[in-house]
Design a protein around this ligand. Structure first.
Ligand code: FAD
Ligand code: DLZ
Ligand code: SF4
Length: 511
C-alpha cells in the first residue's frame, strides 16, 4: 500500500501526489493538526476555510472510490503535527512507500524532508506542477542578473505559455496596459457582489469546531461565505469573469469606503489551496478577452497578476530562503502598533482596512500595499512583526507568497531585489485613489501640525531617515531633489511632527 499525503493547500485532484493513485491499493492521508493551524495563529475564517475545504476534498475522494484516512482536529488521539500523524498512520497501515507533493513553504518542506531519516520507508517528494515556473527555471532566469524585474520575467512567461500572444508579439502590441489601470473610483458605483456560498453541514460543523478551539485567534468567524469545493470555486471564477472582469483593470488601484471587494477576482484563497488551477484562470480570462467579453487592459492586467507576480514572488521565495525571513535592509525596528489588530486609530484609511481584514480575512491589493504596507514602511515597523501580521490575517496567506510581498514589495527589506524602489507615498496618493480622507480626523491637505495627515510628514521623515540607503537610488531621484530644496525650518517641522506622532504610537496612544 502506498500512503499519499495531502496537505491543506494541496486540494487539487490533479496534484502530482495523486497522479498514479491505485484505488484498490492506496490510502490518502489528510490531517487537521495543531501545528499547521498555529504555525502562526491564523485568522479564524482561514482555519475554517482550510478545514472545510479539506473535509470536502476527502469526501470527494471517498465518493470517487478512493480510501482516505482523515484525521479531524478534535479526534481524541490527534498527534498535533504532520510528522506525528504520519507516524500514527505508518503504525496503523504499514505502507510500503510514502508519496507527497512538495510543500509550498520552507519549514514544512524541511519537516517533510526529515521523514526520509525519521521513518524507515521510501519517501518520494514530487514537484508541484500547479506552479507554472519551476524553481530551477526561475533560478536559471535569475542567474547572473544584477536586478530581477518582474516585467521581464512576465514576458518570458507569456512567451513560454503563449498567453495573449500573436505569433511572437504581445496581443495589441504592448506587454503591459497598466497606464490604463489607475482610475480612481467614485462612490455610488454599482459593484457586483463577490461570490457567496451558504455553509453546508460540513462547514457548519467546522465553524462550531473553530469557534470552540480557536476563540483566541484574530478575526470574525462568521458570516462565512467562502467556496469550499472546486465546483464552488469554479462558480466564483465564472461569476468574476461574467460580472467584474470588464472593470478589473479600470479600478485595480481604487479603494472605496465600505467596498472591500471592488472589481477584484477574490480567487487567491482558492488558487493558493488548490481548489482552482492558476493556468485555468488565466486561460479562461484570455478566452473571455478573445470572445469580446472583456477589454485587453482588464484581461492583461489580471493575467499579469497570476502569470507574472504570483510566479515571480514564488520564484524569489525559493531563491532566497531561508535568509529572506531575516532581511531588514532599512534597519526597521519599531514594534507593530496595536491598531493593526484593534482598528483603534483616527487614521480612517487604516481603520477601514484593518476592520475589513478582521471581518473578511481579506483586503485587496492596494489596501495591503498602499495603506497597511505603506504605513509600516514609513513608520519603520519591524519586518518580522509585519510579516507575521500579514501571514496571520489573510485567508490567502502562505509564507511563500506573503513574505516576498511584505519584505520585498512593501518594506524594501531585501534592499531592492524584488522592487526597484520602495512604494512609499504620502496622503495625496491615498486621497487620489480612495474616498477615505473625507471621513478622517486628519486633514489630507495639511502637511504639518497635529491635525495634518500623518502620511504627509512621515513620508518625508522616512526619506530623510533613509537618505544613506535610498538617496543614490535613481528611481528616488525626484523626491530627493525636492527634499534637497526644502528649507531647514520645513525639515524641522517634519521631524518634530514625526517624532511626536511616532512617540505616541510607541506609547500605545490612539493616534
Ligand atoms: P486580484 O487582484 O483579483 O488578482 C488576481 C490574482 O493574481 C490573485 O488571486 C493572486 O493569485 C494573484 N496576485 C495578484 N497580485 C499578486 C502578488 N503581488 N503576489 C502574488 N500573487 C498575486 N497574495 C496572496 O495570495 N497571499 C498573500 O499572503 C499575499 N500577501 C500580500 C501582502 C502584501 C503586503 C501585498 C502588497 C500583497 C499580498 N498578496 C498576497 C498579493 C495580493 O494582494 C493578493 O493576491 C490579492 O489581493 C488577492 O485578491 P484577489 O484574488 O481578488 O486578487
Ligand atoms: C493553513 C493550514 C491550516 C490552518 N491547517 C492545516 C492543517 O491542519 N493541515 C494541513 O495539512 N494543512 C493545513 N494548512 C495548510 C498548511 O499550512 C500548508 O499546507 C503548508 O503550510 C504548506 O507548506
Ligand atoms: Fe489616511 Fe491621511 Fe487620508 Fe486620513 S487623511 S484617511 S490618515 S491618508
Amino acid at each position: 500500500m502506498i500512503l499519499r499525503v495531502i496537505l491543506g493547500d494541496q486540494l487539487s485532484h490533479q496534484i502530482t501526489s495523486l497522479s498514479d493513485i491505485d484505488a484498490a491499493r492506496d490510502m490518502v492521508l489528510l490531517c487537521e493538526v495543531r501545528n499547521e493551524a498555529t504555525r502562526v495563529p491564523h485568522h479564524k475564517k482561514k482555519i475554517a476555510f482550510i478545514f472545510s475545504a479539506m473535509r470536502h476534498f476527502a469526501a470527494e475522494l471517498e465518493a470517487a472510490g478512493y480510501r482516505t484516512r482523515y484525521i479531524r482536529y478534535d479526534a481524541p488521539d490527534n498527534a498535533g503535527s504532520l510528522t506525528g500523524e504520519l507516524e500514527r498512520a505508518i503504525e496503523a497501515l504499514s505502507p510500503e512507500q510514502i508519496i507527497v507533493t512538495e510543500p509550498s513553504e520552507y519549514a514544512v518542506l524541511k519537516e517533510v524532508e526529515s521523514w526520509k531519516t525519521h521513518f524507515p520507508i521510501p519517501l518520494e517528494i514530487r514537484d508541484d506542477n500547479r506552479f507554472l515556473c519551476t524553481k530551477d527555471t526561475f533560478a536559471t532566469w535569475a542567474e547572473g542578473r544584477k536586478q530581477l524585474r518582474m516585467e521581464f520575467f512576465y514576458r518570458e512567461m507569456r512567451r513560454t505559455y503563449g498567453i495573449l500572444m500573436e505569433d511572437d508579439k504581445p496581443v495589441g502590441g504592448q506587454w503591459n496596459y497598466d497606464a490604463e489601470n489607475r482610475k480612481p473610483a467614485k462612490s455610488g458605483l454599482d459593484i457586483p457582489a463577490t461570490y457567496l456560498s451558504e455553509p453546508d453541514s460540513i462547514t457548519q460543523e467546522v465553524l462550531e469546531l473553530v469557534g470552540r478551539e480557536f476563540s483566541e485567534h484574530f478575526g470574525d468567524l462568521e458570516p462565512f461565505h467562502f467556496a469550499v469545493t472546486a465546483a464552488q470555486a469554479q462558480q466564483a471564477l465564472e461569476q468574476f469573469i461574467r460580472e467584474r472582469l470588464c472593470h478589473f483593470g479600470d479600478y485595480q488601484d481604487a479603494m472605496l469606503q465600505g467596498e472591500p471587494w471592488m472589481y477584484h477576482s477574490h480567487l487567491s484563497f482558492y488558487i493558493n489551496c488548490g481548489l482552482l488551477s492558476p493556468l485555468e484562470c488565466i486561460q479562461k480570462v484570455e478566452q473571455a478577452y478573445r470572445d469580446g467579453l472583456a477589454p485587453l487592459n482588464a484581461a492583461e492586467g489580471f493575467i499579469r497578476q497570476i502569470l507574472g507576480w504570483r510566479e515571480y514572488v514564488r520564484g524569489i521565495y525559493w531563491l532566497k530562503m531561508p535568509d529572506y525571513v531575516s532581511e531588514n535592509f532599512l534597519g526597521a525596528e519599531r514594534p507593530l502598533p496595536e491598531f493593526y489588530w484593534s482598528a483603534a486609530t483616527k487614521m480612517n484609511c487604516l481603520r477601514q482596512c484593518v476592520a475589513e481584514t478582521k471581518a473578511n480575512a481579506h483586503a485587496h491589493h492596494i489596501q495591503r500595499l498602499m495603506v497597511l504596507g505603506n504605513f509600516a514602511l514609513l513608520a519603520g515597523l519591524n519586518p518580522k512583526e509585519v510579516n507575521q501580521w500579514f501571514w496571520i490575517v489573510y485567508a490567502d496567506a502562505y509564507e511563500w507568497v506573503e513574505l516576498p510581498n511584505v519584505s520585498g514589495m512593501v518594506l524594501f527589506a531585501d534592499g531592492g531585489l524584488l522592487a526597484s524602489k520602495p512604494y512609499a507615498a504620502s496622503g495625496a496618493y491615498i486621497n487620489r485613489m480612495s474616498d477615505y480622507c473625507k471621513g478622517c480626523s486628519y486633514k489630507v491637505s495639511k502637511k504639518n501640525g497635529p491635525d495634518a495627515c500623518p502620511f504627509n510628514y512621515l513620508y518625508w521623515d522616512f526619506l530623510i531617515r533613509q537618505q544613506d540607503k535610498l538617496g543614490a537610488n535613481p528611481r528616488m531621484g525626484m523626491p530627493y531633489r525636492t527634499l534637497s530644496k526644502m528649507d531647514a525650518a520645513k525639515v524641522d517641522l517634519i521631524r518634530a511632527d514625526s517624532t511626536r506622532f511616532l512617540q505616541a504610537v510607541d506609547a500605545g496612544e490612539i493616534v
